[in-house]
Write a protein that binds this ligand. Structure first.
Ligand SMILES: *[C@@H]1O[C@H](CO)[C@@H](O)[C@H](O)[C@H]1NC(C)=O
Ligand SMILES: *[C@@H]1O[C@H](CO)[C@@H](O)[C@H](O)[C@H]1NC(C)=O
Ligand SMILES: *[C@@H]1O[C@H](CO)[C@@H](O)[C@H](O)[C@H]1NC(C)=O
Length: 379
């Protein structure tokens, strides 16, 4: 049985802490709100400047055609300067810039961790060793704890950049957690990105937000509530805006993978599962809950578990090597559902990434009582 529940997950830490409650007064709330703008800059200092987690990368190659300030007329304006957006993309020295048949793949991190921690020792490694994919990842400044709308800018820019430096070839995107919202936000408000993305594979995305964020953003643990955590409450203005005007439906072929036993994103069962992507535009979507795919087996897959899961990996491979979304009917689930991890990965390493998540949240300097205002372009 896949069972790593003895390891402390950050959700259980946060949920535990939230049982001790103290509600801040409006005066304190206002004082803290007033400091937010100032502190937003400082918060971004909480980032690494070297190695696989760096958001200070020197990407000197310019895209074939300009993508900043806009690639196409319908694109939203960026609030972040181009150098900062571009520097957040970590491009391994092995990257081929579209010169071979390998498809560039952008790996988008989730809340509180950089792409390096999430992927370099996991699916990033497996993709790099494959014959069909050429992975790079994003290390979003502030570990994606800041405004999710701004995190979406990083993904939008990176999608166009990666295609632009890879002979204008299509790319694919794989996301984890909030990265799913950030990617879909990018596709929604930067329409030029849609024509260069062959596949969007979202691992444990919270397209409906999560009821767990309510726990973090109330009571004493409000000290751990950052802008993007506040925005990922199921009833936030951000989620309502995100889902509006067709944002709850795919723009490019989309494959989701999620687990009913996710300790961070809930609900993840039935038609109301947060990870479900709709398909009003008929571009091709497959929604894949691991328990549903693996009947007759016990699947205790946690939020971080989707980053090394064997079924998730098989779906990724399937999506990237076929037209349209990944399709479970092509997978050998009878075997896959019994695997402890994708080939070459292991659960202990996979689970351990969350150990750095809590310190990152605590270190983040801007904690909030109200969510960031909706950007003008999204109103
Ligand atoms: C990336 O970040 C993780 C967690 O913060 C850390 O353990 C690891 O050493 C970092 N890697 C590099 C190369 O800096
Ligand atoms: C690139 O992606 C778009 C959107 O998914 C798709 O319509 C188009 O066919 C793709 N082009 C190629 C050459 O795969
Ligand atoms: C998966 O493949 C089956 C068999 O070809 C097909 O009937 C089904 O529509 C496909 N599902 C998706 C989501 O593409």
């Amino acid at each position: 049985m896949k069972c790593f529940t003895t390891l402390l997950s950050y959700a259980s830490l946060l949920a535990l802490a939230s049982h001790v409650s103290a509600v801040p007064t409006p005066e304190i709330s206002q004082a803290i709100e007033a400091r937010q703008a100032l502190e937003a800059r400082q918060a971004l200092e909480a980032r690494q400047t070297t190695g696989v987690n760096s958001s200070n990368n020197k990407n000197t190659i310019n895209p074939a055609t300009a993508i900043y300030p806009k690639k196409a007329a319908g694109d939203a304006p960026y609030s972040v300067d181009e150098n900062t957006l571009r520097s957040a993309i970590y491009i391994p020295s092995t990257f081929q810039y579209g010169k071979t048949g390998k498809q560039p793949v952008l790996l988008v991190p989730g809340t509180s961790l950089p792409g390096g921690v999430s992927y370099s020792n996991a699916f990033g490694k497996l993709l790099a060793a494959s014959t069909y994919a050429d992975p790079v990842w994003l290390n979003i400044p502030g570990y994606s704890l800041g405004d999710a709308q701004v995190n979406g800018e990083y993904v939008a820019y990176a999608m166009n950049y990666l295609s632009g430096v890879s002979q204008q070839k299509n790319i694919s995107v794989i996301s984890w957690s909030q990265g799913g919202i950030n990617t879909q936000w990018g596709l929604k408000y930067w329409p030029s990105t849609r024509s260069v993305v062959s596949d969007f594979v979202a691992l444990a995305p919270d397209f409906r937000g999560t009821i767990e964020a309510d726990l973090v953003c109330s009571g004493l643990t409000i000290a751990l509530c950052t802008p993007s955590i506040k925005q990922q409450r199921d009833k936030s203005n951000f989620i309502a805006t995100f889902r509006s005007n067709g944002g709850d439906s795919a723009y490019v072929p989309t494959t989701t993978f999620y687990s009913a036993t996710d300790e961070i994103v809930q609900p993840e069962s039935g038609a109301g599962a947060s990870s479900i992507m709709l398909d009003a535009r008929n571009v091709g979507v497959s929604n894949n809950q691991v328990q549903d795919m693996c009947p007759g087996t016990i699947q205790i897959v946690l939020h971080e578990g989707v980053l090394y899961n064997a079924v998730a990996w098989a779906l990724i491979e399937d999506a990237l090597t076929h037209d349209g979304p990944g399709n479970r009917s092509r997978l050998n689930t009878a075997t896959l559902c019994w695997a402890l991890a994708a080939p070459g990965l292991n659960g202990i390493t996979g689970e351990s990434i969350l150990l750095t998540a809590v310190p990152n949240i605590v270190a983040y300097k801007t904690h909030v009582f109200t969510e960031p205002a909706i950007a003008a372009y999204a109103k």
